[in-house]
Design a binder for this molecule. Sequence first.
Ligand SMILES: [Zn+2]
Ligand SMILES: [Zn+2]
Length: 713
Amino acid sequence: MVKRGADQLEVSVGDQPSTDANQRHEHIVEIIPLGAGQEVGRSCVILKYMGKTIMFDCGVHPGFSGEESLPYFDSIDLDTVDLMLVTHFHLDHCAAVPYVVGKTVFKGRIFMTHPTKAIFGMLLKDSVKVSRGSTDAGLYSEKDVEAALERTELLDFHQTIDVDGIKVTAWRAGHVLGAAMFMVEIAGMRALYTGDYSRLADRHMSAADLPSPPPHIVIVEATYGVSRHLPREGREQRFVNMIRSVVQRGGRCLLPVVALGRAQELMLILEDYWDRNADLRGVPIYQASGLARRALGVFQTYIAMMNEDIKAAFGQSANPFNFKYITELKSQGGLDDVGPCVVLATPSMLQSGLSRELFDAWCEDKRNGVIIADFAVQGTLAREILACPSHVLTRAGAKVPLRMSVEHISFSAHADFDQTSQFVELLNPPHVILVHGEAVEMGRLRKALEQQAVVLGQRRLLYTPKVCQPVHIRHRPQLKAKVVGSLADKKALPGKPLAGLLVQQGQTCMLMAPQDLPTFTKLHPGRIIQRQVLSLNQPWPELRLALEILIDGVQGTADLGSVSGDASGETLRVANTVTLTHRPPDSVVMEWQGDPVGDAIADTVIAVILQSGSEPPAVSSAEVKRRKCLSVGDLEGAAAAEVALLVAVLDAQFGRAQINAIQGLITVQVDDRHVAVECKTGKVECADFALKARVEVAISRLMEALAPASLQE
Ligand SMILES: [Zn+2]
Ligand SMILES: [Zn+2]
């Protein structure tokens, strides 16, 4: 069942309809994207379950600057976040970490893989330096970056850690060096957050793992929606052909790249192509990011995390990142800009920096070309030029014609439709949440995955929350309990229920007999005895009578014939559960064991005590008269009072009861039904069978109550 409110999605899952009884065993998983909800950028997804809060990723949006680029941290209490898991070093996934550490009340633990932490540190220190002196400086300082690094703990691929009841396992995500997917498990509920991932190995990265055991919820990137990548060979061929055509017509070829990740992949492709094509060797390739050079050291350190080819090449001591044809460029001034060349420069979205300077310098010459090899994020110049505008604005604000060729080739290592649909099919989670994608593409992917689930006969619900729109998923935990102690002595038979106490200690559950509690736990069984003192508004014997008329099984020491009714400490036991002790003159002490049955009977007794003061006067006066007659031995008078009492009780319970002294009958009129009761025998005549039975019960209760008490305790 899916209910869509104004700004939240609510679903109930499970094979059975969600009844009250089922809901009692369900818990709500809440997922809120603070960023990357129907957008690409500022990835930050909150997951809350059973009092635990996890933040997946903490990045900035490349299309905005300053505070506007941050995820919507105001929407949650940052000091309740237990754990932050950062998938990889791309700025849209990690660049807000120093801000959260240095400028907010966040006090949770932070985890990354080794290479992510190493490159994260380099990248962010670098970005602080770059922003120093620029106008939008100051989201955080170098000190905040240092503090973030100090706080960050390490997690290896395929390692599982337990953070205060949250089990976290890191899986390979492909994508870039060190990129991880995180599987978290809280009390049996498993959720997988993919971050950016790729299921295809490329020149330097292995493909993403298929995590197990299967998760209940998958939060997956939707960057490429339903589009399909060209096969790797075809894509590489197209890429080198583009470059060849630019340099052969005498142009300069600009490759705006992220310093780390795709840049290394493109360099490996170019190095290989230049090696195989002697005619191109006169054309220089420049790598203009000092950061990329420094990061290569990190790449070499973590070579074991890369694919088999790279490992093998490095094993033979040929460092694959030791490039023959690629020169490092210290600055634009160092560029010998005299003829055809290829330049890899940051940033990839052409917002600022060297890639933008070169673009501004080269865009008016039609021999030149720019190749966008990364996913072009909305709101950036890279995205704008893909629409082939006739003019563009330079950084300096001049309107100039755009004559250079603009090409786009999807080289970013994100999953495409084939990879995502296969990944989801294999994991087969009941819930899939799409993030890190633009609204339209995401909508298409959602539909396609829904159709796929129908075709495969898999049960699946898909969600595409906007930023700050929470998704609520009901989860019914599958409890596995170990039977221990005396309960385990008997052989368990299929279909035969086993009753005991379910005790949860951390992640483990045990089922045991109550008496075994001290053996297996630090707990001791106890009872709660409830005690309540009530004031009594009528004589004690009348209360007993009222209780006996209403409830089966009233036993006691009191002699109902006693007129005084004041015998101190008289006790009644009601339904073998509630004990009433009379405290003369006008209060009564109730005691019972606090459990559902005891509480229900106690409630009834309390109602009788509170109501008995308002008993019809006829009943009490007949009862008083009867006791008086008995006390002086007037049996005839007592018998007459008994009949009057019977009339009063029937009148009170059914209405319109009268005595016909001549016939020796009591007649009761209930609507259009007529009841006749023989005074002497108590025999009931009535055409309505159900009514007859009710009257008979009322009479027998009264008779029991009037019989001299024989149960002495
Ligand atoms: Zn990424
Ligand atoms: Zn990303």
